[in-house]
Design a protein around this ligand. Sequence first.
Ligand SMILES: CC(C)(COP(=O)(O)OP(=O)(O)OC[C@H]1O[C@@H](n2cnc3c(N)ncnc32)[C@H](O)[C@@H]1OP(=O)(O)O)[C@@H](O)C(=O)NCCC(=O)NCCS
Length: 394
Amino acid sequence: MKETLDFKNIGLRGVKVADTRISDVDGEKGILVYRGFNVTELAQFSTFEEVSFLLLNDHLPTREELKDFQSELISERGVPEAVLKCLKMMPGATGSMDVLQAAIPILASYDPQLREETKEANLKKAVRIIAKLSTLVAAWNRIRKGLEPFPPRPDLTHAGNFLFMLTGFLPDPETARDFDICLILHSEHSFNASTFAGREVASTHAHLYASIAAAIGALSGELHGGANRQVMEMLLEIEEVNRVQSWVSERLQKGGKIMGMGHAVYHTEDPRAAILRRICERMADRFRDRRWCELSKAIEAATQKEFRRLKGKEIYANVDFFSAPVYHMMGIPKDLFTPVFAISRISGWSAHIIEEKFAEAQPKPELYRPDADYIGNYCGLQGCEYIPVEERSS
Ligand SMILES: CC(C)(COP(=O)(O)OP(=O)(O)OC[C@H]1O[C@@H](n2cnc3c(N)ncnc32)[C@H](O)[C@@H]1OP(=O)(O)O)[C@@H](O)C(=O)NCCC(=O)NCCS
């Protein structure tokens, strides 16, 4: 029986559309857990590889399982030459998220298990796509400059290998580990816009790659994953700490947004932002360049002060805010910040798509199909009179 509800919630804020076993966000207390484990602890003790296993398999791996999972990821890092050829045919100015989204269906056509819809096959596909996505992003950075991509290095961690493929230089171990933590922090966040987009597509029984392509499209927007790039643009525009206060006040007074601030779910500090602020601080010390970190902290403080004054409310930095100075110090070009978000969130997306496909959390109608009130033209039940184009006066 079709259930209809007599309330409308524009934007689905606070509406529960499913159960999930993958992660939980407590927006009031500022707590995020992946499969029961607190993200702060995972960031301290775990690795992106281990967290990806956890997200996909619902338990922390044994030593043997982790070794196998790491080997599988390493062996899947290569991207078919034909996919790289397609990237070489794209204009160099193409948006990096568009390139990434376009590469996914091409990659799909090389997956030997593409149409195999068992859970085991989907887990294998997920490993392939997690491994290859970072290779694609790094390869695009080279291809758009007319350069040959650096082949992946099997002796490096997922994080270290990405930084190597991006720059051609071996990252120092501290920077590789800091990037590893960034990957952990961005890898999962419950029913956010891109994850929901991926699950929505998976609910039609589309394959994993089609669902991931949809999620990448959703992530590209500036209100979601695109915010980290906008933060960097803001930092580059403001440039000096002594310009922060006037810039922020003017922006907020004109009704503009301060990117990287505010969150649809957290009404207190985002736990990921707190960790990223600390990474920013220690990178600034390590590189003896405090400029970006000081500028970011000044913008954060000025936004909070102005927000209190104008709206009488608190606002906090979200995950995108301190990622911007951190990625900048790591040498990642700003238009790759959002693709870098994708190479991390790919693990969470894959886990959600598999959960959706195999109704692991709870049985639900197979297809997401919300409703809408029609508020357009209405000419009665017979419909408006159709006048052929040549007889229309206006
Ligand atoms: C993420 C975001 C879309 C959440 O928006 P939201 O759910 O409407 O947030 P709230 O309900 O707490 O917003 C309350 C008020 O603060 C304003 N606000 C929220 N974030 C703001 C920001 N970064 N700059 C200025 N004003 C902001 C809203 O416009 C709203 O104003 P109103 O009461 O006059 O309508 C919003 O904070 C935002 O656009 N942030 C900047 C983009 C960003 O960083 N995105 C990445 C998110 S991880």
